[in-house]
Write a protein that binds this ligand. Sequence first.
Ligand code: GLP
Length: 247
Amino acid sequence: MLIIVKENYDEMNKEAARLVADRIRRKPNLVLGLATGSTPVGLYKELIRMHKYEGLDFSKVVTFNLDEYIGLPSTHDQSYRYFMDTNLFNHINIQKSNIHLPDGMAKDIDAFCDWYEEQIKKYGGLDLQVLGIGANGHIAFNEPGSSLGSRTRIKTLTEQTIKDNARFFEKLDDVPKFAITMGVGTIMDAKELILLANKANKADAVKASVEGPITAMCPASIIQMHRKAFVIVDKDAASKLSQEYYG
Ligand code: GLP
């Protein structure tokens, strides 16, 4: 685990974008796992800039997103598909057929989840997975208590996550209660991981993930078992870490 503490959000994004761009340049058909939430927005902006001004080519890149709300069509402005289109996909030269997100409107959710896992395998597995982290230590929508070996499946969101995400909806009741999410085991199978966190409200979760015991009560703590994980955080999110780490 390489923990990199950056001065601020901008620096965090630049570091993460450098890494992602390097992997795309080395392997143009990279299988890239993507995340939603406010954290990776800056990374996506930087990747868009690199595409426009530095020729970063996404034409062969294949993406798989971590999760999606159940019951929101892709046209809903709070669906993760809509988020990805507006924050990244519409601004780069990725082929639509190479984009994969869980389908929150799937009729048979279990069958869909199995299919999603199969698709990841078909492309040879995830090369690099980008992750944010919830204030309670969740990754994707793997809430505390999620099996550390879990695969793509339906999950019920916790009260805290629903409250945290309510800022994006008109009212609390509009926040979906269920999601399809890659499992912790699915994420751990990625060859490389980048976990991003900024702001002081993530400091406890970052400390628990990096320095705490490995426990299903903090699903992100499993990254301690990953062979090649980069934890890129800003100073505020790193403020509760007990050790000095790379700058
Ligand atoms: C949601 C997403 C997670 C994300 C988390 C944190 O729950 N499913 O993938 O990491 O939000 O979001 P934010 O980056 O907005 O704090």
